[in-house]
Ligand binder design. Sequence first.
Ligand code: NAD
Length: 319
Amino acid sequence: MLIVPEAEIAGLVTAEDAFRAVEGSFAAMARGEAYNFPVIREALGEGRQYGFKSGLDRAGAVMGVKAGGYFPGNMARGMINHQSSVFLFDPETGRPTAMVGGNLLTALRTAAASAISIDRLARKDAKVLGMVGAGHQATFQLRAAAKVRGFEKVIAWNYHPDMLPKLGEVAAELGLPFEAVPLERMVEADVIVTITSSPAASLMDAHVSAGTHLACMGTDTVGKQEVEPALLARARVFTDEVAQSVSIGEAQHAVAGGLIRAEDITPIGAVIAGLAEGRQSDDQITLFDGTGVGLQDLAVASAAVRLAREKGVAREVAV
Ligand code: NAD
């Protein structure tokens, strides 16, 4: 069994590696070659959450689980609050094959999903990127989005405005002008990424112009919400996995309110695999509900294992 510790991931897996791995796993899901097992998520008390995301990709011969969660006391201990590890198994024998640090991989695979949606669904001439959110994930989201379109400007809003300068620094690194704006100015954006832990809608239908692509990435649990449900009714809605989208994703609210149905939501993998249409016109709003699936984690962890082997940095232990 190989161990690829968290500390090695940054030197091994690039945003491009994550993009390719996640795109492949979304397409495998759409072709019926890969599927996610039901998610387990438990509240441990005092704000701590722990759970398991798992799945099987028959074509890629990948099976495994990401175990992890949110531990709000970690910051005070000098660690990040989100902690996770990925375990891979041989799908033929069930033998463990690898344990891979999952913290950076989670950010990379989440940003990759969002970037894949922008690449496939945003207008080619998109120039203004709107960011709603400025936390840990937001910086990865901004970097990944900037790779797939020729953005000329970033506008951003955050519930806690003091967090925005850090996002501005990433925009500066990318050579992009950055402006903190009120939510009403999101009408100027061609692409909007939402990545917050908000319990209620921040971005309203009236804040979004025709032709915009939205990647709604923050809502991954019952009770979280980033955008007004009317926006999903106005948009063509895509997701990583429909079952998660309607239960723990952004679409949970629009579905519960009877504004859209599960059948109205298209898996992004179907677009990648050429089985479904993406954007149908320049003035259509497209919305990707990124809920985060286990197969994304397994795909990037497998890439990390392959790269660790190639570079000779994986640690082998007998099991
Ligand atoms: P973080 O704690 O670093 O940042 C939280 C963000 O949410 C900040 O921008 C903060 O200002 C904002 N926020 C907090 N309370 C808010 C409120 N009441 N209203 C509006 N905004 C509020 O967290 P992070 O690691 O950047 O994660 C952001 C979200 O993304 C979380 O909900 C997390 O669970 C989710 N996430 C989703 C996936 C996925 O695959 N879809 C993967 C990782 C994280």
